[in-house]
Design a protein around this ligand. Structure first.
Ligand SMILES: Cc1ncc(COP(=O)(O)O)c(C=O)c1O
Length: 385
């Protein structure tokens, strides 16, 4: 973990801020590129995880495509220099102006999540005099065995079109003249640590693709989404996620002929290279005996613990004094759920100490808000120190 080694340098920066280890980001990108090249797989970066300009410039150097979830994310990717032909755009509710923009950019595919959306893309493409490449985002009804708040591929989920509905409307979909159905897309959820789940996913995809092609569809690619989890518990043990295992599972279980296989990784690319650095403002003990460390960050910088009950490992990077005391680390926001973690073992923690909240590079800054009119946090990059 970078911050522990450069804690004295960090003291001078206004807290809270995100610290990014760009060397680790580069190693992670090297790994994903190396491992995916073994099978000819194509990797998109899910820009929702973190759209920081400095990080995007690095990610672009490694030739990844982009997965985006809104018109503004698409615009951001295009402005950051990513080739529109390598961009996919998913999202359960796309506004007409967002669809018009995507159509005008000629992206790799709009991943459509309802029959109605396919019809609207067809109509808007006709208006623009275009034929738009789309993929069918299919809900495969798979339990990804992750936090229920972040699963996306179970039957009842708002994401994707049910396979049955695609079958029912197959003839109608094929009759649309201004969309070209070039792919199948699915994404079963995020922070998946039990990789055998992806075996089930592959088996379902095999059936879906075979049956739909039997009905006359012809797909150029299958995009199996993202979801590879990271080690929030002990990030030092696994700074780079296990891309090799996931690719090997997909290689061994996906049976779709020579079609392109695409992935959309967010968390696994950027989570571990980011830490949220925050300063201890006050210590106090509740009437019930809980020792609180009140820090100057809050759910406005990192909402994952408050929103999903997610765990992030926390360390006092400026104290050397061991203690058996346990701390509940709370933020400044006017919300009772604004708690980073309870009963944390930290070195003796005093006003002014810096804490690192680790593995915060994904869905940290990109989900930050200005609640309580907090300022948005800054960013410090290891290659600029
Ligand atoms: C459609 C889609 N693709 C890719 C991702 C990226 O997922 P992850 O950050 O888990 O790799 C998400 C987020 O879960 C998503 O909804």
């Amino acid at each position: 973990m970078l911050s522990r080694h450069i804690a004295s340098k960090l003291r001078g920066f206004e807290t809270p801020f995100y610290l990014y280890d760009t060397a680790l980001l580069r190693q992670t990108l090297e790994s994903v590129v190396y491992e995916s090249n073994k099978y000819g797989y194509k990797v998109h970066y899910a820009i929702k995880a973190n759209y920081d300009d400095h990080l995007l410039a690095i990610i672009r150097e490694y030739g990844l495509g982009i997965d985006c979830a809104s018109g503004n994310e698409l615009r951001k990717a295009v402005e950051a220099g990513f080739d529109p032909r390598g961009i996919v755009y998913a999202g359960v509710g796309k506004r007409d102006k967002e669809l018009r923009y995507a159509i005008s950019q000629g992206i790799l595919a709009i991943n459509c999540e309802s029959i109605e959306e396919l019809e609207v893309v067809d109509a808007l493409s006709a208006e623009a005099g275009a034929v738009t490449d789309v993929a069918l985002r299919i809900n495969p009804d798979i339990d990804p065995r992750t936090n229920h708040c972040i699963d996306t591929g179970q039957a009842d989920s708002k994401f994707g079109i049910s396979y049955e509905e695609v079958l029912e409307h197959a003839a109608r979909i094929k009759s649309l003249t201004h969309v070209n159905v070039v792919g199948v897309h699915l994404h079963i959820g995020s922070q998946i640590r039990e990789l055998h789940v992806f075996e089930n996913m592959c088996r379902k995809v095999n059936v879906i693709v075979r049956n739909l092609e039997g009905l006359g569809f012809s797909f150029r690619f299958v995009d199996v989404g993202g979801g590879l989890g990271v080690n929030y518990d002990v990030p030092e043990n696994e700074p780079i996620p296990n891309f090799a295992s996931l690719f090997s599972i997909v290689h061994n279980h996906l049976d779709i002929g020579g079609k392109e296989v695409h992935f959309e990784f967010g968390r696994s690319i950027v989570a571990e290279c980011g830490e949220l650095i925050t300063r201890v403002l006050f210590n106090k003990t509740t009437a019930t005996g809980r020792k609180l460390a009140i820090v100057d960050a809050s759910m406005t910088e990192l909402i994952r613990p408050a929103l999903y009950g997610s765990y992030h490992n926390i360390e006092n990077i400026t104290s050397e004094e061991e203690t058996s005391d346990k701390y509940t680390v709370v933020g400044t926001a006017c919300e009772s759920t604004d708690v980073f973690d309870e009963n944390v073992s930290l070195r003796r923690t005093r006003r002014g100490d810096l804490l690192s909240i680790k593995s915060a590079g994904a869905y940290g800054m990109s989900m930050a808000s200005r609640y309580n009119l907090h300022d948005l946090p800054g960013a410090v990059y290891s290659d600029e120190l």
